[in-house]
Design a protein around this ligand. Sequence first.
Ligand SMILES: [Zn+2]
Length: 306
Amino acid sequence: MKKLKAMNSETYRIRKFLDDQHGVRVALVNATEAVREMQSIQSTGPIATLLVGRAMVGATLMASQLKDGEVVSLYFKGDGPIEKVFAEASFEGGVRGYVAHPHIDLPDNKGSVDLGSAIGKGLLTVVRTHPKRQSSQRGTVEIQTGEIGDDIAYYLQQSQQIRSAIAVGVKMNEFGHIEAAGGVLIELLPAADANIEVIVEDQFRRAGSISEAFARGDSAEQILDRYLGGFKIHELPHPHVVAYTCKCSRERLLDAMELFTEEDLDDMILKKKPVVARCEFCGRQYALELAEISDIRNRRFSTKLH
Ligand SMILES: [Zn+2]
């Protein structure tokens, strides 16, 4: 059992590499278990699983290139039937995701699904935060294709001036079971010349599907050889494992109660119905006592409840 766990933690460790001579840095992540966990908690259908899964992989890759404790949130909001896709990941590999409509179906277009039309036209907002700092960094770009990877690359170019190549993928079998989920993010440092960009793009095009590679059980070295063969990359220490993580708490839920109006709170109190709220990310349930709801009401509104 112990051994199995050790193997798993190596499988899901986020790997980072650098070729300082050519100015290329790389992050690689196998997020299969994390995306499976999201799917089992939220019972997402195939389209939602693919989109949230890809966004979770993308957020994990982006966060791994930041600093200790930092968090990246990706928020896609479009005019397509899925409306919203959210994913959030920390430098340490904690990741969670959420979708507004987990069960939408799209017409099958000759056996291939047009994921882009599920999100439609709209905006991608990326927020970078640190729990110990007040300020956050926020950037918004137009959604390019809604396939997630292209949109992240576009954001990095437009908002951060980082040239990148990114592949994020989720592979499901015909029963909707996730066989693999993972991705690779290659970023060019400012020193990398245009020639390097052409080589990276060319290899990237020919590298094949990233989720197929993880499903086959290819090693990180085999995958990187396909994406960056010829580059002299060396691994950077990064002892973090990707895992589905939710930081919800009773306090945060009570904060959310601030959104309720005086009438809403009065209604809960009059009906003497304890409130059970469920976290949409992790399924955890929080029961609130009537006294707690009364406290919130009395703190916020001075009029007496009759
Ligand atoms: Zn939660």
